[in-house]
Design a protein around this ligand. Structure first.
Ligand SMILES: [Ca+2]
Ligand SMILES: [Ca+2]
Ligand SMILES: [Ca+2]
Length: 378
């Protein structure tokens, strides 16, 4: 088990993002070469009117970019030609519509085969609806002696591979989806906590346990919460869950909970002043809708449902009061650093004018029970 944990920790400590294959393309600058391209987009368009002398490898022209709207139709015009002699071959173009760093066969927007000099090829394509907005790539390949379908990552002797920029609009705006990494984690500010979400769009893979997209949740330091259980039972796909510290140390992980098939459950015991991330992902590439339930073994925390203590005003500027509460409070910033600590009497005013604008967590401690509240300072 220790060996497995060390292995998993090793994966966690190597953070990486999906990348495009960049080692393919032609080894020779002679002969077949893409001569011109045109893609008229909305706010911006790609125009390349000549392309000789040729380049080896993958030609990076992502500085040339077209903006395309989800659900709309466009035409990509390309001339498969030559910078030397005329030899038969094939051409193909792809747009990485789903932004995963791969040009999949389903993302091909058109093909050609023939011998230069050839007429302009008009590739008519539809941008799928429901895409996520943002920057992605188009790749165009001409491979002498090649045949359809081409491999967008292939290395060969004669031909040309060019990458262009694409900006997708009119789809899903991912700026509203938080939890993509540790810095943007979803705050768990009270227990029990329940969240439904979907990691099949707007999220990317940030750890290498599995390549499935991850969603990060954060629990701030809470002393004496007992054991915390986080379960994905009831989710719609084959899940994987883990609890990690900011340095990547793994506290717990699980693939399949015997009680709910291929969904996952972990139990771990936080120590005081820990910041812990609960990371939801899928087995392999699996993704979909999930339901996350986080509970604590301490009964006192469950009383939060009744919300006996109200922090007001919230958002606050200079001072707050906590209705009906007397006891110790600790205020923590989003990194889990304690920024204020105080013993308060019932309805006593608490000065928060020294706190910067932002979201904080207040932990209330009274008669052995802990309560966690969110505070926004303006
Ligand atoms: Ca793709
Ligand atoms: Ca992952
Ligand atoms: Ca699983």
């Amino acid at each position: 088990m220790r060996q497995l944990l060390a292995l998993v920790l090793g994966f966690f400590s190597t953070l990486s993002n999906a990348q495009y294959c960049t080692s393919g393309g032609p080894s020779s600058t002679a002969d077949s070469n893409i001569e011109s391209v045109s893609l008229v987009g909305d706010a911006s368009s790609i125009v390349l009117s000549s392309n000789c002398p040729a380049q080896t490898g993958i030609q990076n022209l992502t500085s040339l970019s077209a903006s395309l709207a989800a659900g709309s139709n466009y035409t990509f015009d390309v001339t498969f030609g030559t910078c030397g002699g005329n030899y038969a071959g094939a051409g193909e173009a792809w747009i990485d519509f789903n932004g995963d760093g791969n040009f999949d066969p389903s993302e091909s927007i058109g093909t050609w085969s023939g011998t230069p000099p050839a007429a302009v090829v008009n590739m008519n394509f539809n941008v799928p609806a429901g895409l996520t907005n943002g920057n992605t790539r188009m790749r165009v390949s001409q491979q002498e002696a090649g045949s359809i379908p081409l491999d967008p990552c292939a290395a060969f002797q004669w031909g040309n591979v060019i990458d262009f920029g694409i900006t997708l609009t009119g789809g899903i705006d991912c700026s509203a989806y938080i939890g993509d990494d540790m810095a943007d984690a979803v705050q768990i500010s009270s227990l029990p906590f329940i969240d439904t979400n979907d990691n099949s769009f707007c999220y990317s893979n940030k750890n290498l346990v599995y390549s499935s997209p991850d969603i990060f949740y954060r629990i701030l330091p809470i002393s004496n919460v007992g054991s915390v259980t986080a379960t994905l039972c009831g989710s719609s796909y084959d899940t994987f869950i883990s609890a990690i510290k900011p340095d990547g140390t793994v506290l717990a992980f699980n693939d399949d909970d015997v009680n709910c098939g291929n969904q996952s459950t972990i139990t771990f015991t936080p120590t005081a002043n820990d910041t812990i991330f609960i990371v939801v992902e899928g087995w392999g590439n699996a993704s979909g809708q999930f339901i996350l339930n986080v509970t604590s073994s301490l009964v006192g925390l469950n009383e939060l449902k009744a919300d006996p203590f109200v922090v007001f005003p919230n958002p606050a500027k200079n001072e707050i009061r906590i209705d009906h509460f007397s006891g110790n409070i600790g205020v923590y910033d989003f990194l889990g650093k304690k920024v204020l600590s105080k013993q308060v009497n019932t309805n006593e005013t608490i000065d928060v004018s020294d706190l910067k604008s932002g979201t904080y967590t207040i932990q209330l401690q009274r008669e052995g029970n802990h309560y966690v509240k969110k505070l926004i300072v303006q």
